[in-house]
Ligand binder design. Structure first.
Ligand SMILES: [Zn+2]
Length: 250
C-alpha cells in the first residue's frame, strides 16, 4: 500500500463524494491506495480485512493516534477519547490472521446446520438503502448463506427463524471482530461504563473530506493570486504550496 498522490486522492475523494454509501467511499479510497491489489478484489475482502487496510492507510497519512469526542449515554457529559491504531487492531481469538470472505463457516443450532461465509463490501453495497435493521440483516444473510439444512431438508434464508438469524449475526461478528470495533468507555463524571462502536470508514472519510476542502481552498487562493492552473498548483509539494500561501498573507 502507498499513500496516493495528491491528484489521485483528490480524484478518489470526488468519486467517494458522489456515492452516498460509506462502503463506496471505503472502496474509492482503497483502490487509490492499493494499486497492487487487482480492482474488484478489495471489494471481495471480508469487512475486517478491508477495515485493517483503511487503518493502515490512516496511519500512513495522518499517524497512528486517533481522537474522538462522544457523550456519556447516562449523564450526557462530553468525553474526549484518544487511542492508537494498534489498540483497535484485532484478530479472532486463537487465530493470527484475519479471516477471508471466501472461507466457509458453520453454525449448528436447534436442529439447523448452517454453512455461510463472511460478508464483504459487495454484499453491503447490494443491501437496499431503506428498511429496518432486521430486514437488512436478512438480506445480508441471504447473500452469504452457502447452505441451510433443517434435518435432511434444505431451506432458504427467508425461512430461517429469527433466533437463528440473530445467532448467525453474532457468529459473524465473532469470526470477524475487526469488522465491528467497539470501544470500552467509562464516564469520569458518573462512572457509567458502556461500549461504543468505532467506524474507521466514516472516521477516515471525514478526515479526507476536510483535507480535500482545505486543499481546494488553497488552490482557489493561489489560482486567484497567480493565475496558475489547478493541475500546476496540485503538482506543487504541500510545503511549497504553503510557502506561497504564506507570502500572500504578507
Ligand atoms: Zn456519565
Amino acid at each position: 500500500m502507498q499513500v496516493p498522490s495528491t491528484q489521485d486522492l483528490l480524484a478518489a475523494w470526488e468519486h467517494g463524494r458522489a456515492t452516498p454509501r460509506p462502503t463506496g467511499r471505503a472502496l474509492a479510497l482503497l483502490s487509490a491506495a492499493c494499486a497492487e491489489i487487482p480492482p474488484g478484489e478489495v471489494a471481495r475482502l471480508a469487512i475486517g480485512a478491508r477495515d485493517r487496510l483503511l487503518l493502515t492507510l490512516r496511519r500512513k497519512m495522518f499517524g497512528s493516534r486517533l481522537a474522538a469526542v462522544t457523550q456519556c449515554p447516562a449523564c450526557r457529559a462530553s468525553l474526549e477519547l484518544e487511542f492508537d491504531v494498534d489498540d483497535i487492531s484485532v484478530t479472532p481469538s486463537g487465530k493470527t490472521e484475519l479471516p477471508e470472505s471466501t472461507e466457509a463457516l458453520s453454525l449448528s443450532q436447534d436442529g439447523y446446520e448452517i454453512s455461510f461465509r463472511l460478508p464483504n463490501s459487495l454484499d453491503l453495497l447490494a443491501l437496499p438503502g431503506h428498511g429496518s435493521i432486521d430486514e437488512s440483516k436478512r438480506h445480508l444473510i441471504e447473500r452469504v448463506l452457502l447452505q441451510a439444512l433443517h434435518g435432511d431438508r434444505e431451506i432458504s434464508a427467508a425461512k430461517l427463524p429469527q433466533a437463528l438469524m440473530d445467532a448467525l449475526a453474532r457468529k459473524m461478528s465473532l469470526a470477524d471482530p475487526q469488522g465491528e470495533i467497539r470501544l470500552n468507555l467509562s464516564c469520569a463524571e458518573c462512572e457509567t461504563n458502556w461500549r461504543a462502536p468505532f467506524d474507521i470508514v466514516s472516521y477516515l472519510w471525514s478526515e479526507i473530506d476536510a483535507w480535500a476542502i482545505r486543499l481546494l481552498r488553497d488552490v482557489h487562493q493561489l489560482a486567484r493570486a497567480y493565475g496558475w492552473p489547478e493541475s500546476d498548483i496540485l503538482a506543487l509539494s504541500p510545503m511549497r504550496r504553503q510557502c506561497y500561501l504564506d507570502m500572500l498573507d504578507q
